[in-house]
Design a protein around this ligand. Sequence first.
Ligand SMILES: Cc1ncc(COP(=O)(O)O)c(C=O)c1O
Length: 347
Amino acid sequence: MIFASDNWAGASAPVAAALAAAAAGMAPAYGSDAVTRTVEARFREVFERDVAVFLVTTGTAANALSLQALMRTAGMVICHEGAHIHGDEAGAVEFFSGGRLHPVPGAAGKLDADAVASAIGRYPAGGRNGRPVAVSLTQASELGTVYRPDEISAIADTARAAGLSVHMDGARFANALVSLGVSPAEMTWRAGVDVLSFGATKNGCWCAEAVVLFDPSRAEDLRYARQRAGQMVSKSRFLAAQFEAYLHGDHWLDNARHANAMARRLADGIVAGRFGRLNTPCEANEVFAILPDAARRRAEAAGARIYPWPPTGDAEVREGETLMRLVASFATSAEDVDRFLAILGDG
Ligand SMILES: Cc1ncc(COP(=O)(O)O)c(C=O)c1O
């Protein structure tokens, strides 16, 4: 009953097999191997256009390098106040890009075009405080919700009208994608996204993330930036091997569908059994549920791993309750979900 995080899951069987196969023999280093070329071609196929792809080891590195690619002198990135880049990356974006973050609140973990417009409006051109240069959206959001393509477009249009670029933190990209039932292109560049942190670790890889530039002319700078950041992995064939297996056929989408279905089973079970309340709609692979402390203690005593989550503006957490985050992954079983629900209801 591990619902602590999707990165508690190991690697999926095809990814683990690909890693084992990549361990044999010799291959050119520093991204010059044949599998890396195959993976780059696969990314072009997935996104239906030319893209520049940089394989890295962590989501934090992908975000920091993505936003470094968009940064300008005295620049600022507008993000949600709950964004991972704001609260959980120890200032990596600021450190690597030299810019700052401007966090703004937003219902259900999401920014909207009005909030972005008013944040931009706080920095008149030529002012002494610096200038907003990018908006960063997290898809799926840090509260388990997803941005529809029209919501992304509205934000991107607002950003673009003021000369800003758009970054997407897609640590849970596949979960959002299958939830919406749209194409990778529709959820990104067709909606106005310029740079994507493409996550794979949480959904079946051991350690593989990518920066995807929809404007490949930005690639030259990023090549140096990745090297400087210590993210040019010498035996990068192991990153490529993971991506090759991950993106083969529908493996990545199937993993995400399973994770989302398990989260939905959890959310539906909590609501149907009246074991707690949902803080935000379950739209991907995470459930944010307000649970009575007694139920939480019972579950934890039975070995469940779940994390309390700091309530934000939307949460109505009463005395004797805690907002908990429950995360499902490709490795979550229906039996574990049902056992957990039975314990919650056993009060
Ligand atoms: C939304 C989001 N972005 C980025 C990351 C960063 O990933 P990593 O821990 O690999 O640096 C995470 C990890 O939890 C995340 O949830």
